[in-house]
Design a protein around this ligand. Structure first.
Ligand SMILES: Nc1ncnc2c1ncn2[C@@H]1O[C@H](COP(=O)(O)OP(=O)(O)OP(=O)(O)O)[C@@H](O)[C@H]1O
Ligand SMILES: [Mg+2]
Length: 275
């Protein structure tokens, strides 16, 4: 698979064996072709793939800034991974502005995937699948489990959702719509992005987080109370993010916020204060 130079963000590579194993099992060469053709400045490009069962792997550029998750939680395992990337001493917490920049980048890449024809769903959006380069740019990674949405009616028609035989997504990031209907869609990708925003705002784990933040989600003007103290969030930024979380993850299906709107707002929130 040939890499687009415009997408290349590093000279070394990361290998993702788990996703590749799945791809090899599911005879999905056409999906690999679709993923290889996707190109957006904030989408981690798939540089190569080996589908031989015993040696299956996907090849991505190495992101030297680590994952958003590791840069938020800074748990011992995260620090160990960051050490492998060359950070000998623990990094300071990511500032609010740095978090917003990464979120804006990832949201725009996710929106890009949804606008392709055939549409690509990510299906595994999480803080662990958003990576940073050494300059603090964000990249949406691991579209490895995505499937090109082919119109059931054939031809080039777009479809709004596709059925899944297997449920994807990490605990805490999985939209209840998926467990109820077995269907992933732009909305369920948007839900996972909403949880990622909340994880980034609070610096807490995704599992049970909506419940933990119940009060602030009901009254977004109190959102500063759940914002991570070490990031320097302004009250306006916290409120804006919580409103996005509500739009993406809390309201009923029909009233969910379109991802394009959320991506634009995440960019705008950078200008409302904070370090
Ligand atoms: N291209 C890469 N550059 C730098 N670090 C990476 C890269 N890909 C993965 N990592 C690191 O390796 C960790 C594990 O990645 P991996 O994709 O295998 O699992 P995950 O992201 O936790 O789960 P998932 O199966 O949902 O992708 C990531 O959290 C990140 O810290
Ligand atoms: Mg991953």
């Amino acid at each position: 698979v040939k890499a687009e130079p415009a997408c290349d963000v590093g000279s070394r590579v990361g290998l993702d064996a788990k996703s590749a194993e799945w791809l090899a099992d599911h005879n999905v060469q056409s999906e690999v072709r679709t993923l290889s053709a996707a190109c957006h400045r904030s989408l981690l490009p798939l540089l190569g793939v080996c589908l031989a069962p015993a040696r299956a792997c996907l090849v991505y550029p190495l992101c030297r800034g680590g994952s958003l998750e590791d840069r938020l939680y800074r748990a011992p395992a995260a620090l160990q991974r960051l050490r492998m990337l060359g950070f000998e001493t623990p990094l300071p917490p990511l500032s609010a502005a740095a978090r917003l920049r990464v979120l804006r980048d990832a949201a725009s890449a996710l929106h890009y995937l949804h606008t392709l024809s055939p549409m690509i769903l990510h299906r595994d959006v999480s803080a662990g699948n958003i990576l940073l380069d050494e300059r603090g740019n964000g990249y949406l990674a691991d579209v490895g489990l995505a499937r090109a949405a082919e119109a059931t009616a054939g031809g080039n028609q777009r479809v709004s959702h596709l059925s899944t035989q297997r449920l994807f997504g990490k605990l805490g990031y999985m939209d209840p719509i998926i467990s109820q209907s077995g269907q992933a869609s732009q909305l369920t990708d948007g839900y996972a992005l909403g949880i990622t925003l909340l994880v980034s705002l609070t610096g807490r784990g995704a599992v049970g987080l909506l419940d933990e933040c119940d009060d602030a989600l009901e009254e977004p003007d109190t959102a500063e109370s759940i914002a991570a103290a070490d990031a320097g969030w302004s009250a306006a930024q916290a409120e804006e993010l919580v409103r996005l979380v509500v739009g993406l993850a809390l309201v009923k299906k029909k009233k969910r916020m379109p991802l394009a709107e959320a991506a634009a707002a995440a960019g705008g929130a950078r200008r409302t204060g904070g370090r």
